[in-house]
Design a binder for this molecule. Sequence first.
Ligand SMILES: [Zn+2]
Length: 285
Amino acid sequence: MKLHRLIFCVATLAVVAAWSVSSDVSAADRKAKVLFVSQSAGFRHGSVNRGGKELAPAEIAMTQLGQQTGLFDVHCTQDCAADFTKENLQKYDMVMFYTTGKLPIAEADLDYFFQEWLTQKGHGVVGFHSATDTFKDYKPYWDMIGGSFDGHPWGSGTTVTVSVHEPNHPAMKAFGGSEFQIKDEIYQYKNWQPEKVRVLMSLDMSKCKPSKPYHVPLAWVKDYGKGRMFYTNLGHNEGTWTDKRFIESVTGGIRWVMGLEEADATPNPELSAKENEKAKAAASK
Ligand SMILES: [Zn+2]
């Protein structure tokens, strides 16, 4: 009997071991493959400056986030000419941009990216901060990301007050309610098309200095064909990349882009119109 029990135990362990190995393999299969592009063809931020090290602060943050959540594997590149090609893009589910300027990408590869790659279900873009200070004269890019950098009246040392319009959105839960403050550099935009994006948070002009008489959005989402796009203005300061709220917000945005969480991406231009009016009223005080 004892031998039978031993055999039973060993057999059970073997089954459990085999099951856990196979579930690990399938979990690995489901991991998204991310290409994190942080080449600076214009201004180079400290957050993407490798400074002789293997990875920059933003790259370290995203690599660790992928490992800690088990959601994705990141390949970091600052060499678009080599890595942002039709052939290479096919290995990835998501592209993250923390870039500036006119990146050295061939026209045919850009066409493929906007017309085919990003329109596919399961594919998506996450844009950080100066992703909107990239390809400002190239419409397919700014039309995809949602707007273009047009100055930053709120510098990196400014603490701003932010209104969260959808505190329950996967990318907004981290901020713990309808308002928060953060020290970071905040952009205003040209090429802004409120009718094409769903704004998730904006500056509260009644509590920001300087107070400008127009809406300044801080994060938004949009559908792009069957693909998805999440953009956040935050991330200029290196300190933002170790701010738990920012990392959790980005995690939520990534989960939405991956289709792990659902949330409305219907454009909300009425919100931009309302925020414009509120900003005008605040600035005239
Ligand atoms: Zn910046």
